[in-house]
Design a protein around this ligand. Structure first.
Ligand code: DMJ
Length: 639
């Protein structure tokens, strides 16, 4: 007790204990060791420790932890911790935050950290995010790895990737009949016509207005321009429209500006811009497409900063603020939007060596696989705050569609290694077969929509992609299941064909119904339009490749003729307002997906199977081809 009251350092204190000289030395030695230990232990305490803040100056505490995280962080680090602390002190300079009061060893530590860090990290926009519901928190400026990387910079081995392909990308040109070639050439001419007019009247705008001969910008791409250029790139390349491809490439090099400040659809920017740039990089090896894709990918990352990691639908590409669509129930995110990022984001990780993109989409997968599914179905609206469904509307058409597509394609793109995606696809399709697949009185198979258990007997044009998707899944199944799914795919594709043949223009309406006596026809005025959509010819292309039944080429050619007759105008192709009348009423819009998808799928329908072979490529939902991972080009974070 006495010892406790007499503080160390008081004169005569050891003597008061009656110690001899050698014992005094030993005692002092022990005491100084103890003091050193206590001081050293301060550096091991967490940043939040009060003791640490008491005994060390504030800046030195931050620096100390910064230097320790520098040594332990890898390319994968993108934690919030990185946002709280300076990412990298300026190289070769006295660290800004080193206090003169900090002990010498600490200052040395900081200098070492500064040397490792290299130049300061680039600051991307979007350091704060405002989200619906009033949450607001600091965000990482980007998901880029900390600049303190000591390893050589990551470089994707493009040559190795090209060697991994089983077929030349534009095919080997083996024997084909003259009629097939002539039809393909006709489709190539349509692409050239669509491109030339866009170039002449709308170059750099998002779409061409072919009647008024000007450009359209719209508000889907957050101030980004050139949606048609980016969407057209790989189609021009595949069709060997070399000069036109060079025109498009030059625009990307010289005029494609990513420093924009507008509200963009996360989904649309991803499928059109990132998908188009990634595909063109893989096809050509031209670095500009890769670097633009990666830069744009980073700009999308703040949208994922929600309590669940489920991204919101809209993002300001300049500020990084994100929010949900005003029309989406209760601030929800849309299944087809957050569920259609997986393919592109895995490739962003593969090409950058930065796992953050893969981590974001794997987290979405986790949330979805855990949430309870009513009757095994996936409703279209999910809260990014709670991770639960907001409304029980299920559809394989708009709002749901490409989520299912990306499950089966994730499995295929992983060279069949991503078994979780395959299981989710199989289970979802089983529930769809059980609850949504119906046969009309006239014997047409269709997929209805589901509203809290009540069926809406309608199919959207968008839902017609499902024939191709189900066929693609069936191709890789076995036994009874393979046959059943192949039949289902063929029946749905046939129903979609019926929606075309039952119209006066031989083009299909936006939605068609199977009730009140109608069979694959639109019953509402507002559903009679056709905006150059690809989904029906997309299914023809898959069914052709997987069955080689000549009817699919025949049906595809019918579409070519109808497009020429009803949609081709003096300065491009236009959508029409009513497929049930041959009196033309054009909507004055040449959609970018007409060049990305409709013309590409039609062209591929009349190509040999080795052109963009299904053994080497999966198409993203905008028909941009992304390579199957045959070798260990595995993206970090990928299963
Ligand atoms: C395209 O942008 C994509 O196919 C998307 O998945 C939905 N539909 C349009 C074209 O119809």
């Amino acid at each position: 007790m006495v010892v406790l009251r007499k503080l160390p350092g008081m004169p005569g204190w050891p003597a008061a204990l009656g110690l001899r000289l050698p014992q005094k030395f030993l005692f002092l030695l022990f005491l100084s060791g103890l003091l050193t230990l206590c001081f050293g232990a301060l550096f091991l305490l967490p940043d939040s420790s009060r003791f640490k803040r008491l005994f060390l100056p504030r800046r030195a505490t931050a620096s100390a932890s910064s230097s320790s995280s520098a040594s332990s962080s890898s390319a994968s680090s993108s934690s919030t911790r990185d946002t709280e602390l300076p990412r990298s002190p300026p190289a070769a300079a006295e660290p800004r935050h080193a206090s003169p009061a900090a002990p010498r060893r600490l200052r040395e530590k900081l200098r070492a950290a500064a040397r490792m860090a290299g130049p300061p990290a680039r600051t991307a926009p979007g350091s704060r995010q405002q989200v619906q519901g009033g949450e607001s928190r600091a965000q990482p400026a980007s998901g880029a790895p900390p600049a303190r990387e000591t390893r050589a910079p990551f470089r994707f081995d493009y040559e190795r990737f090209r060697r991994s392909l089983r077929h030349p990308v534009r095919g080997g040109r083996s024997g084909e009949d003259p009629e097939t070639r002539a039809r393909r050439m006709k489709i190539k001419e349509m692409m050239k016509f669509a491109w030339d007019n866009y170039k002449q009247y709308a170059m750099g705008k998002n779409e061409l207005r072919p009647l008024t001969k000007n450009g359209h910008i719209g508000n889907m791409f957050g101030g980004l321009r050139g949606a048609t250029v980016i969407d057209a790139l790989d189609t021009l390349y595949i069709m060997e429209l070399e000069e036109e491809f060079q025109e498009a490439k030059q625009w990307v090099e010289k005029s494609f500006d990513l420093n924009v400040n507008g509200e963009a659809s996360l989904f649309e920017v991803n499928i059109r811009y990132i998908g188009g740039l990634l595909a063109t990089y893989y096809l050509t090896g031209e670095e500009v497409f890769k670097s633009k894709a990666l830069e744009l990918g980073e700009k999308l990352l703040p949208a994922f900063n929600t309590p669940t990691g489920i991204p919101r639908g809209v993002i300001n590409l300049g500020s990084g603020m994100s929010w949900s669509w005003g029309w989406a129930s209760a601030g929800s995110s849309i299944l087809a939007e957050f569920g259609t990022l997986h393919l592109e984001f895995l490739h962003l990780s593969q090409l950058s060596g930065n796992p953050v993109f893969a981590e974001k989409v794997m987290n979405i997968r986790r949330v979805l696989s855990r949430v309870e599914k009513p009757q095994g179905l996936y409703p279209n609206f999910l809260s990014p705050v709670t991770g639960s469904w907001v409304q029980h509307h299920v559809s394989i058409g708009g709002l749901g569609d490409s989520f299912y597509e990306y499950l089966i394609k994730s499995w295929l793109m992983s060279d069949k290694k991503d078994s979780e995606a395959k299981k989710m696809y199989d289970d979802a399709l089983e529930a769809i077969e059980k609850h949504l697949v119906k046969k009309s009185a006239g014997g047409l198979t269709y997929i209805a929509e589901w509203r809290g258990g009540i069926l809406d007997h309608k199919m959207g044009h968008l839902a017609c992609f499902s024939g191709g998707m189900i066929a693609l899944g069936a191709e890789h199944s076995t036994g009874e299941r393979r046959q059943r799914h192949m039949e289902l795919a063929a029946e749905i594709t046939s129903t979609c064909h019926e929606s075309y043949t039952r119209s006066d223009t031989k083009l299909g309406p936006e939605a068609f119904r199977f009730d009140a006596g109608s069979e694959a026809t639109a019953t509402r005025l507002s559903e009679r339009y056709y905006i150059l959509r690809p989904e029906v010819v997309e299914s023809y292309m898959y069914l052709w490749r997987l069955t080689h039944h000549p009817k699919y080429r025949h049906w595809g050619w019918e579409v070519v003729q109808a497009l020429e007759k009803h949609c081709r105008v003096e300065a491009g192709f236009s959508g029409i307002r009513d497929v049930y009348t041959t009196t033309p009423s054009h909507d004055n819009m040449q959609q970018s997906f007409f060049l990305a998808e409709t013309l590409k799928y039609l062209y591929l329908l009349f190509c040999e199977d080795d052109v963009l072979s299904l053994e080497d490529w999966v198409f993203n939902t905008e028909a941009h081809p992304l390579p199957i991972n045959h070798t260990d080009l595995k993206a970090a974070g990928q299963p």
